[in-house]
Design a protein around this ligand. Sequence first.
Ligand code: SF4
Length: 551
Amino acid sequence: MLTAVVQFRQRLNGNKLLTYSHMTEHTKTDGLSAQAPAAATQDAETLSASQARVTGAVKIECNACPVLCQISPGRSGACDRYANQDGMLIRVDPVLVLNRTLKGVEPALVPFAPNASEEAWAGDLVHANDVFITGVGSSTTYPDYKPAPFIVGSQIDGVDMVTVVTEGIFSYCSLKVKIDTDRYLGPEQANVLCRGEVVGHVTTAEYGSQMLSLGGVHHLTGGSKKEGRITMEMMQALGNKEAAELSIEGGAQLVIQAGRAPIVNGVTEQRMRVGCGSAAIGIFAQQFFELADEVVVVDDHITGVLTEHQAGCCLNMRPSGISIRGRRSTPGRYFQVANPGTGWGGTDISDPLAIIEKWDSKRAWPGLRLLMTSTTGEHAAWFVLDQDLIPQQQEMPTAVQTVIDRIGENCEPSLTTVLFLGGAGGSLRAGVTDNPVLLTRAIKNALVNVTCGGAPAYVWPGGGITVMVDVLRMPDHSFGTVPTPAIVAPFEFSMRLEDFKNLGGHLAYVRPLDEVLRSGAWHADGAPTARQWVMQPTQNPWPLGQPPQLG
Ligand code: SF4
């Protein structure tokens, strides 16, 4: 019989207060929930017996992952995601439900099926157009032959839809971190360490940003146990929008957090550069014209020199006779003017004149006005050549300062961006269909919308289902861990019912939304305690928008 009251609060593990959600699996012999589809009953009873066994008088074995914790009553397993509540194995966190109807309302924890003693939620939860069950808190399909815990049928604009909802366990996953700064963080390929363990490396810098590749199967499984554990914890923290302290071999100390300014060697970064030195010359050439006779924009990658640059030539600027150190790429564009560092423009220099090799006495003239600036305008200095053609620093003219301020104004705030990259091409697919490659093909044919906690996921071309998602677009605390070690992440596959049938989906497990909300996962015997996450109007597209029909 369906258990209607499903919200439990109880102290577990000392002082930890846990809110129980749905009963994902259980030890009783009656197998499935009364709400389980008849066609599924036989399989599910068999599965139930192996999913959670009573291993002694009171302990339960959880096999939601290969660790197979033996959980005593009132205790949770090693990952804190499952617990033994009165002899039942339950998923500790509530299922997260997206609701787009309450625009402008702060996200709140809202129990869906509270105790009779608590005030019932009168929210508009059963309109399929406005409600989306996410994988956050949904429980997993492990061992993978099980259908996903939630396979939800709904009707959107007259079209029958199905969303397959699960939490995936990922050994193959990583974080790509973009750090908006010119500052040198460390050599490309250098190891990134967290609490003394190697957890990733510096990868190819992008335009105005330094990039890190963190986590991944090599660090999760290929090193020591400690390396795997610290890698996992670091990934969970960053995925859940928390801060992580990292150090780079031969480089900087970092504190990074998704959506926040990076802290490099204890200094909070402020500005992302307006462009490289050459781009800054091009953008501001006209504004420098007639205010200065020469402008040098110092940049670790491409330093720009106005009078030589095409922009200066187009303005008919008189050559200044300046010679810059480093390697000349094309007129007015120089590479390697100094070593990388945390000084001017991502170089190691603190005196900008250090990059000037000489002045051509036939071209330069006393009184020549020279502006030197970094790509963010954070460093800038004004010089005038004396009779011996030696630059003498003087106070910056107001009009020139205005252009420097304009450079600063055009710099965007320096931020850290964290993308989760995971391979859902493995056994996760068995939760959708008996013939997993058909799901892969359907995704590649754009018949399936893949989301992670309701956030849109970019699916990489090529084989498998390798997805990338911005953790800032996911609900808070979307990521969990299991000590194998691996990361737990929510996944949802939404498609037309017709396409679900065509890819051999687990049709017997499709249940209407209101039934899912009433009864919980198909292998549960209690409804979920749903946490509600309100979609803000400017956030993600609604996951149940119909995918385009190809061909
Ligand atoms: S680590 Fe978590 S999911 Fe794995 S067996 Fe233990 S309680 Fe279950």
